[in-house]
Ligand binder design. Structure first.
Ligand SMILES: [Zn+2]
Length: 207
């Protein structure tokens, strides 16, 4: 678990993977894939590719070494009587689909209605990236982010809306560029109270 990055810059949302040696069998697996795809893994341009691909995948999947809930442990009780929606809009993220290991590229909107404490706003993005940097399906990613905030912050409501394009749809299979998939998870008052849900969805739609 990576626990020492609380004060990292906002841009550094998940700690990078430690410098790793790529084991031979991993490089060999990637050479096999290159050959299977139709190219010659021994040609000059591809010689170092297996090592680079292996390292890139460690980075794409850095979330496995992260405990996203940890980012929500430090809370601020002093909220000056603020009891309205906190929303982080348009958080860009990248993930990979677990069916094709193809990129999922999208934006997330994360909102919660605090009860008695709030978190630093960059922490919501850290939670997102902690789950996104794994092999995912968008539905589960949406649910995991919402559940994590719900469980750790115990707010009155959580709303997570994710819009993303899936490489496995845009560049293979039905090859439909520009199609966006939207998923959402509403918890607490955002699920049970229609007025609250409308309010948060209107805030998300703004912009
Ligand atoms: Zn896929």
């Amino acid at each position: 678990m990576i626990h020492e990055h609380d004060d990292a810059e906002d841009g550094d949302l998940v700690a990078g993977p430690p410098e790793v040696e790529v084991p031979d069998h991993v490089a060999e697996a990637i050479r096999t894939l290159i050959h299977w795809a139709g190219d010659d893994p021994t040609r000059e341009g591809l010689v170092d590719t297996p090592r680079r691909v292996a390292k890139a995948w460690r980075e794409y999947c850095a979330g496995y070494a992260d405990d996203p809930g940890h980012h929500l442990e430090r809370v601020f009780e002093e909220v000056g009587g603020y009891d309205d929606i906190v929303l982080l809009r348009d958080i860009p993220f990248q993930s990979h689909c677990e069916h094709h290991m193809a990129p999922i590229i999208g934006r997330a909107h994360i909102a919660y209605l605090p009860k008695d404490h709030v978190v630093g706003i960059s922490k919501l993005a850290r939670v997102l990236h902690g789950f996104a940097r794994r092999l995912q399906v968008q539905e589960r990613l949406t649910a995991e982010v919402a559940d994590c905030i719900w469980k750790h912050l115990r707010p009155r409501g959580v709303a997570v809306v994710i819009e993303a394009t899936h490489g496995c749809m845009t560049s293979r299979g039905v090859r439909t560029p520009g199609v966006t998939m939207t998923t959402s998870r509403m918890m607490g008052v955002f699920r049970d109270d229609e007025r609250s849900r409308k309010e948060v969805l209107a805030l998300i739609a703004k912009g």
